[in-house]
Design a binder for this molecule. Sequence first.
Ligand SMILES: [Zn+2]
Length: 81
Amino acid sequence: MSDSGTEPKSRPRFVAGAVCPSCGAVDRMVIDANADHRRCVACEFVEARPNAPAEQPVTRVTRASARRVETPAEAVKLLDS
Ligand SMILES: [Zn+2]
């Protein structure tokens, strides 16, 4: 038997390359799907998700700014190996 299609939604997802605005820790930000916010596991910083559903009117201006945030111009960092 396979367990496909039964992913636990309560499991927080780490945001790759995300930097905590509070303590500056990298790869410590997780998305909490249940509470619809993101938080830092290093310092317990909590912030509402930037792309909140339906609350913000979709305009070209907000879209453009949102795009900037979601597309970090940073290359993938490889760990020393
Ligand atoms: Zn933090």
